[in-house]
Structure formats: C-alpha cells, structure tokens
Design a protein around this ligand. Structure first.
Ligand SMILES: [Zn+2]
Length: 470
C-alpha cells in the first residue's frame, strides 16, 4: 500500500507527548463526548439543530478556534471554524453534526440520546455517525495546543448540519458564501479529510479515497380513485401489478441493470485501485454476522466480493407500498402503488443522465404512466492514492492504529455534501475516522472508548504527518 513501513516507529517526540496527554485526560474527554451525544441534533428538528449548532460553535471557540455559522434560506447552519497560525500547509476537516432519527426506538436497549457508558462503550445516536469523529478533532486540537502550543499546519473545519437528509443546501451555502470557505491568505488547501472512513467489524481502520454516487427516486402510480373490490380485477387495472412488472424489467436476477445506456460512461478502475482492493481479504463471516445476512448474493467471496462492493453500480429497491397486507381478509384493487429505489453510481456515471435513462426505459417498456420523482442525485467522487493528503492519511492511520489500514478506492455509500464540496472547492477528499462503520443508522449505535481515543490520536497524527510528508 505504502512504501513507508518504518513510519509507525518514527513517531515524532511531540506526537508521543500529545498521545500521553490524551491518555492522561481520557476520563474527562470521555465524559465530554457523552455530553456531546446527549444533545440531540436530528436534521429535521429545527430547534435541536439551532441549539446544537450554537453549542458546537461554543465548544469550538473554547478550543481556540474562530467560528462562523454560515447558512442560506431555511437551511440548517454549517458551522465553519478556522485555526490559522501562518503555517504553509492547511487541511480542511469535514464532518456533519446532524444525526439520523433513532427510529424505530423500540429496537434500542439503550437511551438513544442518553450518552450512557457501559462496558467500555458510549451509546447513542451519532456516536459513530458522526459525532465521535467530529469531537475527536476538537480534542486533538485541544491536546496539540496544550502540549506543543502551536499546530504545524493550519486547519479549517466545515461541519455540516444536513448530511443525513442528503445535503440539500450544501451547494447554495458554498456558492452564496464562497469567501467564507477559504484561507484568510487565500493559500492552498491540501485537501479535505472526512471522518467517515471508520473501522471494519474486526476493528481494522479504513481509509476511503472515494464514495459512490447516488440517484434516489420515488416511483408512483395512481390506480382507481378509491380502493375497488377485487371482483373487478378482470376489468380494472391494478397499479401494484403495473409497478411490480415495471420494476422487474429493470434488472436481471443475475444483477445486470437493464436500463439502456446505464453502463455508458463508467470509467474503468485504475490498476493501482484494483491492487488496493485485491490486497485486502474480506472477513466474510464477520461481515455476514454484522449484516444479519446468511449468504452473499450469488455466493461471492474473497476479492470478487470486495471488487463488487467497491466498483459495481447498483439498482436497489428500498420498498414497495400499496394495498393491504393487514389482519383479516381484504380482497381489493389498491388505488395507489409506490416504490422507492436507489442507484449507487460510480465514476463517471452522471445521476441526472441515469434518471433520464430510467424514464426512457419505462416509456419504452410501456410503463410511461408511472410518475418519477427524483429525491436526490449525487456524483461519485474519487481521489488518487498519490495525492499528498491521501498518502498522509494512510500513514497517519497506520501510526495511530499500529496496523495497515484497508484502503478503499471507493466506499459503497454516498455523501451529497462531500460530492458538492469536492465539486465546488475542487479539493481531493479522503476519509478515515473512529467507530464501526456498520453501526451507522443502527439501533444501539455506540463508539468504544478505545476507538474514540484512537480517533483523537488519529487526528493528532494526521496533523503531524501532513506537516512533514513530502
Ligand atoms: Zn449517516
């Protein structure tokens, strides 16, 4: 992966001292994260968001940063903070402070916003996604300033408040406030580190160099104005049948996506990207267990499994609703049918192009009556492993964890905010951060204390490595 196998032992004196400070202060740092998690910040809850963004701004100021809340009409504010001390190099850190709703709450055995500590874990919505990683950076800055006073690079922090609802306002916020997101001296920014790499189920760190794109669409069809007795099925169209038949024309059982032109613009992965993937060996059983699945599609395993996860685009059904499946007998023709589908896209598939291909496919197959609503459209992003910020993050992850990270050219997920950031700021983006990736959006989300402390050390190490790497 990298040619610096000796790097882990070459930790600079100051980094070791900062690590010691973190170990000394860990109890306080843990209780501060608990407090951070206890303050809810569900994207759609305006009052929570207002309170939380103000609280976050205060915490950043307490850490010595200059803070600015940047927003646009009706948007949750982006919290932007800077620590500029005249260094040549500068890194931007991205995270989001909003969280998913904890629903369904009955699946939680812990309080979703309790921040409870149990058996070495801090439980709560947002501990992994993404407050743990975000807060790690605050604590890293604190530790750095306490031990060596001045950081060796400048830092910019961009904390978004609408990631969990698809970052609808990231574009307008960046465009309307383009002066805000620069260095004061207009100098170069090395790139963006996002704390959404995280760890695999065995605790091995992941560095991700890209994210898939996404097209998220609602399909709907109105049938008869009201529910009709099924005795009329010979003469009245059933919208559920129509929708299900339309869905079945979109993909083969083997997995080939049948929209004409869907595969048109896909850029083949680079040789070094393929070798990054083939260097990893997946823990299939661990993955299956954490997914609660019995087997992988088509029985894929090993390198093929990872290649598919990383490089394959998808067409997925999130849900189909309509009609009646409740208690008792009800024989009806439903009046309405809806489906929610998403496509995960790879470079250089354009989500809007795929949307048009979906529309023309349905028309061509005789399903033109189905209404389509585009809910989000996100471009895939990918950073070269040769970028300095990528090399720095790979090396610092190795230092902080004492093991080689899994380096993914792309993760299967998508992040509209990051895609927009990448497009509008034109900066490479890489990700690595603490916490198990499979706990995102899950009930009983938690971050282990050790994971969190390592996250702080990872941030410290990232600053240190980026200041000296060639
Ligand atoms: Zn999330």
């Amino acid at each position: 992966l990298t040619d610096d196998s000796h790097a882990a032992t070459e930790r600079s004196g100051s980094t070791a001292e900062i690590y010691e400070y973190i170990d000394r202060e860990k109890d306080r740092m843990v209780s501060e994260l608990q407090e951070f998690v206890r303050k809810p910040s569900i994207s759609s809850e305006k009052e929570e968001i207002e309170n939380f963004s103000a609280y976050l701004a205060q915490r950043l100021e307490d850490t010595g940063l200059e803070v600015q809340l940047v927003s646009t009409k009706n948007a949750n504010p982006t919290v932007f903070a800077r620590l500029e001390e005249g260094n040549e190099r500068c890194l931007m850190v991205y995270a989001h402070y909003d969280v998913q709703p904890p629903d369904p709450v009955y699946e939680w055995t812990m309080e979703p916003f309790g921040g409870e500590l149990k058996e070495g874990r801090i439980y709560g919505r947002g501990t992994v996604d993404a407050k743990g990683g975000l807060f790690s950076w605050l604590k890293a800055v604190e530790a750095y300033r306490k031990v060596v006073n001045k950081l060796p690079i400048d830092l910019l922090f961009l904390f978004e408040g609408e990631e969990e609802i698809g970052s609808p306002n990231m574009g307008p916020i960046l465009k309307e406030n383009s002066d805000a997101f620069r260095r004061k001296n207009n100098g170069r920014i090395e790139g963006i580190v996002a704390s959404d790499g995280r760890e695999d189920p065995k605790g091995a760190p992941i560095v991700n160099l890209g994210l898939k794109g996404m097209l998220f669409v609602d399909m709907s069809l109105q049938g008869p104005e009201k529910v009709v007795h099924s005795m009329y099925a010979p003469v009245v169209d059933n919208p559920m049948w129509y929708l299900i038949q339309a869905l079945s024309t979109m993909k083969t059982i083997e997995g080939t996506i049948l929209l004409e032109g869907f595969y048109d613009n896909i850029r083949d992965p680079e040789a070094d990207e393929k070798s990054l993937v083939s260097a990893m060996s997946p823990d299939e059983d661990g993955m299956l267990e954490s997914l609660g699945a019995r087997e992988f599609r088509e029985g894929v395993r090993g390198t093929e499994l990872l290649m598919k996860l990383v490089f394959d685009p998808t067409c997925n059904i999130n849900g189909v609703t309509g009609g009646y499946c409740g208690k008792g007998a009800k024989t009806i023709i439903p009046s309405r049918a809806t489906a929610s589908i998403d496509f995960r896209l790879v470079p250089d598939q354009d989500p809007d192009y795929v949307f048009e291909k979906l529309r023309s496919h349905l028309v061509k197959k005789g399903f033109g009556k189905i209404g389509l609503q585009k809910r989000s459209s996100i471009q895939a992003i990918k950073t070269s492993s040769k970028e300095r910020v990528a090399r720095a993050l790979i090396q610092s992850t190795k230092e902080a964890y004492g093991m080689n990270p899994h380096v993914y050219p792309m993760l299967g997920g998508s992040n509209g905010g990051l895609a927009t950031l990448h497009k509008l700021l034109n900066l490479p983006i890489v990700g690595s951060g603490p916490g198990y990736i499979h706990l995102c959006h899950a009930p009983d989300e938690y971050i282990g204390i050790e994971q969190y402390l390592r996250g702080i050390k990872l941030a410290v190490s990232t600053v240190s490595v980026l200041s000296r790497i060639v």
